[in-house]
Write a protein that binds this ligand. Structure first.
Ligand SMILES: [Cu+2]
Length: 326
């Protein structure tokens, strides 16, 4: 009912406005005036409005930066994440400097040179020097920024697997994540979605000798300052593994294995001290993958080697898990 009333009110308002316009048109006809003629008075009003709305907008931008800055992510908790933050900070600084210099100029000049009966616009067709300056200057800045960006990207994406690198599979399906540790041999057993059956939820090929020592877990534990290589698979649709605090994101695509290697450099405990007790690292799905997408997360815990070893020893190997379940 209230929606209907709102629609009626909106309709009546439009009708009133149209009628008012008609009245003013008729009035000007009687007075023998052209309604479409723009007077100096109109120009002044519009010029002032432009100035007020423009600077109001800049003030709102500053207000948002001050009041909403607590919603930004905390500083990166991985080695490459610090470089990504550096790239982000330089890009944002450049954008903000240009924004805060150019937009006030835009509003001030639009006001200063607003229409006036006594003033005639100056005809200015071309200036080679100016054209060269405003083409070359942005080209240099943007080229430098792009090269810097590509280098940062390259360093983050081409991480080599050393013998110290822990290999962990992160498996996505509608709607949840499962992790698989590669076991003592640090090699993941082969897997295929056709083998997904009963308790073998990841479709691991148990005939592969590398498979028996793998361990399936419901959370991911990592050792601080030790490199890790996450290998992603998906069972159904494209998901995206997103670890905001480590500045990690990678698509999980059915049929192929994607990967992301990184080194976490702050333990969960250190982050709790810094960010508050509710803090936890989390891997979220960042691809709208269906109805339960919003609830698709898995906890990550970064800890010391001793804490990790204690936890890891308690996890059953896949060979044992499947045997006991059979
Ligand atoms: Cu998903």
């Amino acid at each position: 009912m209230s929606v209907f009333l709102i629609l009626v009110v909106a309709f009546l308002l439009i009708v009133t406005l149209v009628q008012l316009l008609r009245v003013s048109e008729l009035l000007s006809k009687i007075k023998n005036q052209d309604v479409n003629e723009v007077s100096d008075n109109d120009n002044n009003t519009q010029g002032w409005l432009f100035l007020v709305i423009g600077f109001g907008f800049i003030a709102f931008v500053i207000w948002q930066m001050v009041n909403w800055s607590h919603l930004l992510l905390p500083p990166a908790a991985s080695e490459h994440g610090v470089q990504i933050d550096g790239l982000m900070n330089i890009s944002m600084t450049l954008i903000l400097v240009v924004f805060f210099v150019l937009s006030p100029m835009l509003f001030i000049f639009a006001y200063k040179y607003r229409g006036k009966k006594s003033r005639k616009a100056y005809f200015f067709s071309h200036n080679n020097k100016l054209e060269v300056i405003w083409t070359v200057a942005p080209t240099i800045v943007l080229t430098a920024l792009i090269i810097y960006g590509l280098k940062t990207w390259d360093r983050a994406m081409n991480v080599e697997v050393t013998k110290n690198t822990k290999i962990i599979e992160v498996y996505a399906k509608q709607f949840g994540w499962t992790a698989r540790y590669s076991g003592e041999d640090n090699v993941l057993g082969d897997a295929n979605f056709r083998l997904v059956r009963g308790p073998n939820v990841l479709g691991v090929d148990m005939l592969d000798p590398h498979a028996a020592d793998d361990k399936i877990t419901r959370e991911v534990h990592l050792v601080v300052n030790k490199p890790v290589m996450l290998k992603f698979r998906s069972q159904d649709v494209i998901h995206s593994a997103y670890l905001p605090h480590f500045r990690v994101q990678m698509n999980c695509v059915p049929g192929i294995i994607t990967q992301f290697g990184f080194t976490p450099n702050k333990t969960t405990k250190e982050m709790k001290e810094q960010e508050g007790d509710e803090f936890d690292y989390i891997l979220l799905c960042n691809k709208i993958c269906g109805g339960g997408h919003w609830n698709m997360g898995i906890k990550f815990i970064v800890e010391t080697q001793e804490e990790y070893d204690a936890w890891y020893a308690k996890q059953e190997t896949l060979g044992k898990q499947l045997l006991t379940l059979k």
